[in-house]
Ligand binder design. Structure first.
Ligand code: T3D
Length: 258
């Protein structure tokens, strides 16, 4: 259901149910959560890449399992609280960059997962579908928070209410993805980006994620204070000292996450 591979300090997590468009059963969500937690805690991992196998990134909730639950009167199976929310929290709060390689369609909670990542590289074949309303649901897994920050409230409302799929070119125009590449290049491009991030100032990247998340919900004065606290932490790192010395010596810095 989930593949987990580490190379060059990048943990690649692959949703691997291509026959069901990598949709998410309870078991898959648990395995995804475990993989993300493993990546978050492994000091040898300095960036994470999330992708899907086959022609989809992720089609969201597995609707076969969901229908079984509904038919059996288990409609309130609480998967949003038990699974989706912890997954999104992990992606957002782990102090390492998370890149989505959006190889194909990202629908419902699958789109939400892509939006929760720090950067998105899309295949020309990628599509984002806010499919929730199509089955009588409201957005979950953070989409109501992330999407309007990425594309603005008006466009987020349009995408969520109308549910029309957004193709990769339009997603790029709206700033929803970092870049769009031919389908055969998406994994290499996203992996190169993740490797570049894994070689960067990991502790400063963690602080950057915290600063962005904090500033999204706080006033300027509070955000300035938070930036000062986070900068105190960054200034105290060996990486900062080394990089400053490297600048003065006209050399490329090396970052060791220390
Ligand atoms: O309490 C709760 O659980 C609430 C939580 C909700 C979170 C959510 O994610 S709600 C949104 C759920 N997802 C959707 O509504 C998307 C459903 N899928 C689609 O709209 C389309 O399949 C796609 C746009 C993703 C792709 O369309 P297309 O034409 O490229 O492929 P297809 O033929 O529709 O799908 C291929 C196969 O994947 C097909 O199986 P089959 O007939 O060949 O055996 C299809 O049933 C299966 N599949 C696609 N999406 C899902 C799925 N199977 C289970 N669950 C899916 N979500």
């Amino acid at each position: 259901m989930i593949r987990y591979d580490v190379a060059d300090a990048v943990a690649t997590i692959t949703l691997d149910r291509p026959e069901a468009m990598n949709s998410l059963t309870a078991e898959t969500k648990q395995a995804l959560h475990d993989a993300l937690r493993k990546a978050a805690h492994d000091r040898g991992v300095r960036a994470v890449l999330l992708t899907g196998s086959g022609r989809a990134f992720c089609a969201g909730q597995d609707l076969r399992e969901h229908a079984d639950n509904l038919e059996a009167g288990r409609g309130l199976a609480n998967t949003v609280r038990a699974h989706y929310n912890p997954i999104v929290e992990l992606i957002s709060t782990m102090p390492k960059p998370v890149v989505a390689a959006v190889n194909g369609v990202a629908a419902g909670a699958g789109a939400s997962l892509a939006f929760a990542c720090d950067l998105r590289v899309a295949s020309e074949r990628a599509k984002f579908a806010l499919a929730f309303a199509g089955i009588g649901l409201a957005p979950d897994s953070g989409a109501s928070w992330t999407l309007q920050r990425l594309v603005g409230q008006g466009r987020a409302a349009e995408l969520m209410l109308l549910g029309e799929p957004l193709d990769a070119a339009r997603a790029l125009e709206l700033g929803l993805v970092t870049r769009v590449v031919p389908a055969e290049d998406v994994m290499k491009t996203a992996t190169d980006l993740a490797v570049r991030l894994a070689q960067g100032p990991t502790l400063a990247y963690g602080a950057t994620k915290r600063a962005l998340a904090y500033a999204a919900t706080h006033a300027l004065a509070d955000s300035l204070a938070m930036e000062a606290d986070l900068q105190d932490q960054c200034v105290a790192t060996q990486d900062h000292l080394n990089a400053t010395r490297a600048f003065l010596a006209k050399e490329q810095p090396t970052f060791n996450a220390e």
